[in-house]
Design a protein around this ligand. Structure first.
Ligand SMILES: Cc1ncc(C[n+]2csc(CCOP(=O)(O)OP(=O)(O)O)c2C)c(N)n1
Ligand SMILES: [Mg+2]
Length: 264
């Protein structure tokens, strides 16, 4: 337990309840023997200082080597998936490899809800960019308006939106808002012609895919009609040039990636 001056007192189940938690602390699956209540920064600093001499012989095992080995395996798998091509559109692994290479390090990234969001989490290699997501991966349509909000919070900062076709379809008119106010959202739109996440859920439940296909406009053409920049990408090998054009464009720009719904 931490007092206002930052000292830390351990509290055990046997100590007076007011000096600690009245019941043993349950954290995760286990139950702690010694509960500490205090400001995390103060308490952990004091604990670390006490651990310097490692009195209980509990020095942590260095896991860097293990993590590096696992990371190498995963990166090899990502490279394999990025070149996967069934002739039905670009793989998500390729999209996010390209975004990882081109996304400015100081950008804020707003991500929508759907399979593209899972793929973003799986494949994007962050350079520390903050990511905005709908709480509990809740509401589709969040991504593009969230990017506009990120711009409003800090207009000097680059802002990227990652969405699917279904979610963005609900907020298409916001592109004219971006044009109206000169909001330079760089939008990566994965158009797989479907509410892809719902198709997968139906299949996972043993049902046939039902009513998830979408009739889409030419999103890149639509962006141009709105007064923004629209860049179509049909093949993985065009992603690099497409991303360059996206981030070089003045004002709002949309990279319309024709994506394979299965290669997520
Ligand atoms: C407002 C709202 N409606 C419906 C859903 C259920 N839902 C979750 S993901 C999704 C599909 C999104 O499709 P798309 O934007 O094309 O993304 P994809 O899964 O294809 O990558 C739907 C309908 C939701 N989460 N929120
Ligand atoms: Mg979709």
């Amino acid at each position: 337990m931490s007092s206002p001056n930052g000292s830390v007192r351990p509290c055990s189940r046997r100590s007076a309840p007011r000096a600690c938690c009245p019941t043993p602390i349950r954290s995760g699956r286990g139950c702690s023997d010694v509960g500490l209540l205090g400001d995390a920064a103060v308490t952990l600093r004091a604990l670390l200082a006490g651990l310097d001499e490692d009195p209980a012989g509990i020095a942590a095992v260095d896991q860097h080597g293990d993590v590096a080995a696992r990371w190498a395996i995963w990166r090899a798998e990502k490279r394999r998936r990025a070149i996967d091509d069934r002739g039905r559109g670009v793989s998500s692994a390729a999209v996010f490899a390209a975004l990882s290479a081109h996304c400015p390090a100081d950008a804020t990234i707003a991500v929508d809800v759907g399979n593209h969001a899972y793929s973003f989490g799986r494949y994007f290699e962050s350079a520390g960019q903050p990511v905005l997501m709908s709480g509990y991966l809740g509401s589709i349509g969040f991504g593009y308006p969230a990017a506009l909000g990120a711009w409003a919070a800090d207009p000097a900062r680059p802002v990227v939106a990652v969405t699917g076709d279904g979610g963005f379809g609900q907020y298409l008119a916001e592109l004219t808002t971006a044009v109206r106010y000169g909001i330079a959202v760089k939008h990566v739109l994965l158009d797989n012609g479907a509410l892809g996440k719902i198709s997968k859920e139906q299949q996972a439940g043993g049902y046939p895919v039902w009513q998830t296909s979408l009739v889409n406009p030419d999103f890149a053409g639509y962006a141009e009609l709105c007064g923004a920049t629209g860049i179509p990408v049909h093949r993985a090998e065009d992603l690099d040039e497409g991303m360059k054009a996206l981030f070089a464009a003045d004002g709002p720009a949309l990279l319309h990636v024709h994506a394979d719904a299965e290669l997520v």
